[in-house]
Design a protein around this ligand. Structure first.
Ligand SMILES: Cc1cc2nc3c(=O)[nH]c(=O)nc-3n(C[C@H](O)[C@H](O)[C@H](O)COP(=O)(O)OP(=O)(O)OC[C@H]3O[C@@H](n4cnc5c(N)ncnc54)[C@H](O)[C@@H]3O)c2cc1C
Length: 504
């Protein structure tokens, strides 16, 4: 792709918004600002990777890493046509720009196509921006934010300092938490592999066997990537419940659209639904089971229930008291994740064929230790429901347990500096950051910031359903509106003044 055009940097007299993180979330906030701003505004979009708009999810070069949503359901905007300005929708873009003439709305395409589409749409939004709006796309890593009397200063790794009025943290997922093992020193050994490491796949191909710790979407990504690269060794996968992601059935999407009103919203309407949402995990389980039973009586399976629940999941979550949310995380989460985050049929088929051939072996249990030995890594785990331990010997262990969400345990200097200054705090469940409904990050006293915002994964504690495209695009639009609000003097949470001098 063409590199982004770098524009002249803003002067401090122009209100300035810095977006840290140029994955899908950051790119979408930038696109909304570019589309809407008419008065002087300067935007910094800061991304440490070479490509903007792709992030972790859509930068994989592998064909086997496909979207988990069919083409026809992918859109960038909630507007009627779902596009940016005069840009084509994703299906048209794939056919006419990417040259995939035969692609259909039901296809699950490689993720890199979506990343390129986001990138192209951002480039179009940059080209079509109002003359008053400047944007600098900076390839660098934000390391620290210091707060002065009238503005915040962003410190970038290569030494650049940027004066900004508002900051959006669009940081996406952090690296995974450590494995739940006694001997933490194992994490420093060559046989421990962090799932997101760029050279990770190449580094394990010569191993006779592997253990994937975790069985979610990351583990499935690994299984299909190993298969695509011709790996012939044994792949073990271990998780407490042994649940792999379920598969999409294309017909269920259409069914969901037809049946959602009947399955989730009562005849009396949406208000009645929202007034009668379950308040305990037990009620929630029964509530879902009842709707699955209705779906089955109509000839569907459980999928349309989960799909039609989606617009109400955030309300469902917010309705649960804290102790019930904790109960949900302890008991229901693995079942929820495996049904909600489904994989494309072609991915599922690869996983099933490797299971049938015995190359992929699933284990249900709790990881206890990983010890390096002359024969390889000796992995000890306790099978679910058993008191004894079992061992496996593998060439390497790949941590697919998912991102670290506890910001107290995230060691990136930017996060540490913001936590240290008391400018942010974790939510009560340690699923992300504590933030107000408009994305304003709450400081250590719980006061929402007037200049520091976030969206996406970081809002999981408040929203639960917040990590996928549909939710992020809605949040990005709302956040851009907040950022452009014509506020005058803004008192930030630490007590000094940050002012947008030319309100948008
Ligand atoms: C493997 C994978 C597949 C997925 N597939 C789908 C799918 O098919 N459909 C769907 O709806 N959702 C999918 N998702 C969900 C996905 O999280 C969202 O769709 C979306 O891509 C998240 O974007 P993001 O910008 O919030 O995070 P990320 O993609 O993680 O982007 C964050 C960006 O911030 C940058 N960054 C972080 N810290 C700094 C810093 N200090 N300085 C500079 N840059 C920084 C990172 O380099 C990164 O590029 C998938 C997620 C993953 C991980």
């Amino acid at each position: 792709m063409m590199p982004f055009e770098a524009f002249e940097q803003s002067t401090t007299s122009v209100p300035t918004v810095a977006i840290i993180g140029g994955g899908f979330s950051g790119a979408m906030v930038a696109m909304h600002l570019l589309r809407r701003a008419r008065v002087p505004l300067s935007i910094y979009l800061i991304e440490r990777q070479s490509q903007v708009g792709q992030g972790v999810a859509y930068s994989s070069p592998l064909d086997c890493h496909v979207m988990n949503v069919p083409v026809g359901s992918l859109r960038l905007m909630d507007d009627e046509d779902g596009t940016v300005g005069d840009r084509p929708d994703f299906l048209t873009w794939l056919r006419e720009v990417a040259g995939l003439a035969s692609v259909t709305a039901e296809d699950f395409v490689p993720r890199y196509w979506f990343g390129r589409y986001v990138q192209a749409s951002l480039q179009a939004a940059i080209a079509q921006r109002h003359a008053n709006v400047q944007i600098s796309v900076i390839q660098d890593e934000a390391m620290q934010i210091s707060v002065g009397d009238r503005y915040a200063t962003l410190h970038l790794q290569r030494g650049q300092r940027l004066r900004v009025d508002r900051v959006v943290l669009a940081l996406g997922n952090s690296p995974p938490a450590s494995l739940p093992i006694d001997n933490l020193a194992f994490h420093n050994s060559a046989s421990y592999i962090e799932s997101g490491r760029s050279d990770a796949l190449d580094s394990v191909l010569s191993q006779p066997s592997l253990l994937l710790a975790g069985m979610g979407l990351t583990a499935v990504d690994w299984v299909v990537a190993l298969h695509q690269r011709g790996y012939t060794g044994t792949i073990h996968a271990l998780s407490r419940r042994g649940l792999l992601p379920q598969v999409h059935r294309i017909s269920s999407a259409a069914q969901a659209a037809q049946s959602s009103m009947r399955l989730v919203v009562p005849q009396e309407g949406e208000d009645t639904l929202l007034a009668t949402l379950p308040t305990t995990v037990r009620e929630l389980t029964q509530w879902i089971r009842q709707r699955v039973a209705i779906a089955q009586s109509l000839g569907y399976d459980w999928r349309p229930v989960f799909d039609s629940l989606r617009p109400y999941t955030q309300s469902l979550w917010q309705h649960l008291p804290l102790k019930e949310k904790r109960r949900f995380l302890r008991h229901l989460r693995p079942y929820w994740d495996s049904h909600r985050h489904r994989v494309a049929p072609q991915v599922y088929e690869v996983v099933q064929s490797l299971r049938r051939s015995g190359q992929l072996q699933l284990h249900r249990g709790q990881l206890q230790t990983c010890e390096n030995s002359d024969a390889g890594v000796v992995v000890r785990f306790r099978p679910r429901g058993q008191t004894h331990s079992e061992t496996l010997t593998v060439g390497a262990v790949i941590n697919c347990t998912g991102a670290q969400t506890n910001y107290r345990e995230i060691h990136h200097p930017l996060i540490r500096s913001l936590m240290h200054q008391g400018l942010m705090r974790t939510d009560a469940l340690r699923l992300g950051l504590d933030a107000a409904p408009n994305g304003a990050v709450r400081n250590r006293n719980g006061v929402p910031s007037s200049w520091l915002y976030t969206l996406g994964t970081a809002c999981r504690g408040q929203l639960w359903e917040t990590t996928a495209i549909a939710e992020i695009r809605t949040q990005a639009a709302a956040l851009a509106t907040t950022l452009l609000l014509p506020q005058g003097g803004i008192v930030p949470s630490h007590g000094s003044m940050i002012r947008i001098t030319h309100p948008a």
